[in-house]
Design a protein around this ligand. Structure first.
Ligand code: HXC
Length: 262
């Protein structure tokens, strides 16, 4: 039995935000397989829970995560991980595939797999002293969970290339300017702000929230023409929902929309 490496709670005034806090301080929150298995379980439970509107993933006020666990990886060989025999990194897809919005609240180092984990989330808030980097090159490997792909989509080729080729870190302000994160706050406030954001999303129709997330994510996968077509179809689909009818009626009748029924 492993010690628990995550703190999992329901937070917010309505307890409708699922909070996952990395809690492996001795290893700088290195994302070892047991930790990621716990993360997978927690994300799936929140995803299936109708009372939860959004999920927040955070580390401590000092560090988000120093990456995948190098002590776990050092003994691995190509054939084992290439064939997938030890299922290494299988849990990671749970985050990107989650249907509910996931907000990352980042303080301190957010490196390697840590940076890749938050880039698989939907929104990133950073504390003033947050540092993002892909230092894999320093240990003779390359990013393995999106660090060369999602980072390039987020910040463009020049900065992504510089980070991946050198392992150099960027600070929160640079991350903000480059579009990697959407807001920067003092370290003590970033988690509260992320939870507030989760609560605000939690006020919306869960069905329509899921469609919005799917629509934005499709911008990463499809051509503009395909993406616009998909978006239009989702828009049409909202007209089959109670929440669309209620939302528009409430506006026209100058009242607040009633709770979601879809
Ligand atoms: C395992 C780690 C670790 C990691 C830190 N530790 N990072 N253990 N995996 N990624 C452990 C250290 O071994 C040490 O434990 C303790 O945490 C504290 O770390 P220190 O190095 O002593 O702290 P400090 O001097 O403050 O330096 C902080 C740091 C440095 C700059 C973040 O720890 C660092 O460079 N870490 C590695 C960063 C990295 O290369 N990340 C990419 C990993 S590869 P002990 O018990 O030994 O004292 C990756 C690939 C992902 O993420 C691929 C797909 C997921």
């Amino acid at each position: 039995h492993h010690e628990k490496m995550l703190i999992v709670q329901r937070v917010g005034a309505k307890q409708n935000v699922g909070l996952i806090k990395l809690n492996r301080p001795k290893a700088h929150n290195a994302l070892c397989t047991p930790l990621m298995k716990e993360m997978q379980t927690a994300v799936k439970e929140f995803e299936e829970d109708d009372k939860i509107g959004a999920i927040v993933i955070t580390g401590s006020e000092k560090i988000f995560a120093a990456g995948a666990d190098i002590k776990e990886m050092v003994v691995k060989d190509f054939a084992t991980i290439y064939t997938g025999k030890d299922h290494f990194l299988d849990e990671w897809k749970t985050i990107a595939e989650c249907k509910k919005p996931i907000i990352a609240a980042v303080n301190g180092f957010c490196l390697g797999g840590g940076c890749e984990l938050v880039m698989a989330c939907d929104i990133i808030y950073a504390g003033h002293h947050a540092q993002f980097g892909q230092p894999e090159i320093n240990i003779g490997t390359v990013p393995g969970a999106g660090g060369s792909q999602r980072l390039t989509h987020a910040v463009g080729k020049s900065l992504a290339m510089e980070m991946v080729l050198t392992g150099n870190r960027i600070d929160a302000e640079t991350a903000l300017r480059a579009g990697l994160v959407s807001k920067v706050y003092p370290a003590k406030e970033v988690l509260a702000k992320a939870i507030e954001l989760g609560e605000k999303i939690g006020e919306q129709s869960p069905l329509i929230v899921q469609m919005c997330k799917e629509a934005v994510n499709s911008a990463y996968e499809l051509t503009l023409k395909e993406g616009l077509h998909f978006e239009r179809r989702l828009f049409h689909a909202t007209f089959s929902t109670h929440d669309r009818k209620e939302g528009m009626s409430a506006f026209v009748e100058k009242r607040k929309p009633k709770r979601s029924l879809d």
